[in-house]
Design a binder for this molecule. Structure first.
Ligand code: SF4
Length: 363
């Protein structure tokens, strides 16, 4: 964890009443879902397990009718374990990701044969069953057995990263989020705390336009105070394509900069740029430097420390920036021109070139 993240995320005493605030909100606003127990009752592990497996990669709305069909045909895990895989697959048809249906059946058979038809009541015991990962095990343990544990799904990740303004991106931030989410557990009602956070994320702390004015935790939410709720959770940007490398040449003549226009067609067509090399995957610095513009008066290129990086839709780019200053009478090579540095804002520089110029001119 970075020191910045640590400073932002250290739970403080004034946050001690959050679990109670959350539960009070849940008691008033809990969603009615077919697999949930009535208020004050522990849920049936079979129903929790079935719903959690069905909900993987699927919405609550899509799962509802399938859940009802399953529990009316197979009211408990023993009934499901005694049926054939073909019957389960037929009933599952349309819900997608059929490996889940196979695991569902394998798990029911294991509970029936190895546990006398009774689900284990610990996270470890649950995790040993087919198709049950850490999240599902924690969800069943908390919701059905009131174990003091917090399952963290996407909704809970969003709420927690906003509450504490977690700067570390996903997926690296998962252990920290788990630790912070656990601070929202009260001394009892672990399952309700988890379901409260799930409901809060699904109905109030939504990805876009969260309804913070209705949130029970809005008196102490770091992201709300900063006004950047929608930027959480942070995610590592997905760079697609192979890294391309090249060189850019920032040449000044007194208060002027050497530029050219890119070809009309193609990437950044017609926009302004400083002269540069081709952008190629795996290009060596030496090969890129050899493409420097021919200019009288440049005895040597000065390589700036660091590189400029930019991510295009199809590839990430890394540019080494070289600088040189030339005497006042130096002519621009063919196809290039001098523009006053003072008027650069008026040039059609794409973002990558703005970064290059800023880097080269120490702006
Ligand atoms: S105050 Fe807003 S951003 Fe913060 S947890 Fe509540 S809904 Fe989410």
């Amino acid at each position: 964890m970075s020191s910045r993240a640590a400073a932002k995320t250290k739970p403080t005493d004034d946050r001690a009443d959050r679990p109670a605030q959350l539960l009070a909100w849940y008691d008033r606003h809990r969603r009615r879902l077919p697999w949930r127990a009535a208020a004050g009752e522990l849920a049936d592990p079979y129903r929790v397990w079935l719903s959690e497996i069905m909900l993987q990669q699927t919405t609550v709305k899509a799962v509802g009718p399938y859940f009802e069909k399953f529990v009316s045909r197979w009211p408990d895990v023993t009934a499901l374990g005694r049926t054939s895989l073909d019957d389960v697959l037929r009933m599952w048809a349309g819900l997608g990701y059929y490996s889940r249906a196979r695991n569902l059946h394998a798990c029911a058979v294991a509970v029936l044969n190895d546990h006398a038809g009774v689900f284990p009541d610990t996270e470890d015991g649950l995790r040993a069953l087919p198709g049950i990962g850490p999240y599902t095990a924690a969800a069943i343990a908390a919701i059905a057995f009131d174990r003091h544990t917090m399952p963290v799904d996407g909704n809970i990740e969003r709420v927690v990263t906003r509450l504490y303004a977690v700067e570390e991106p996903l997926p690296q931030a998962k252990p920290l989020i788990q630790q912070l989410a656990a601070t929202l557990l009260g001394p009892s009602r672990a399952g309700d705390s988890a379901q409260a956070l799930m409901d809060l994320g699904a109905t109030i702390c939504t990805p876009k336009k969260p309804a913070c004015s209705l949130c029970p935790l809005n008196d102490d939410c770091t992201a709300l105070a900063r006004g950047d709720q929608e930027t959480f959770p942070r995610k590592v940007s997905k760079k697609s394509g192979t890294l391309r490398r090249g060189a850019a040449f920032v040449v000044t003549r007194g208060g002027e900069l050497l530029v050219r226009s890119r070809p009309e067609k193609g990437l950044l067509g017609g926009m302004t740029e400083v002269p540069g090399s081709e952008w190629l995957a795996g290009q060596e610095d030496k090969a890129a430097l050899a493409q420097a513009p021919g200019l009288k008066g440049v005895a040597r290129w000065h390589r700036k420390a660091g590189v400029v990086t930019h991510v295009f839709t199809h590839f990430p780019l890394e540019l080494v920036v070289y600088t040189a200053s030339v005497p006042s009478r130096t002519r621009a090579p063919e196809g290039m021109r001098w523009v006053p540095v003072a008027t650069l804002d008026g040039e059609a520089f794409p973002n990558v070139m703005r970064k290059v110029v800023a880097h080269g001119l120490d702006l």
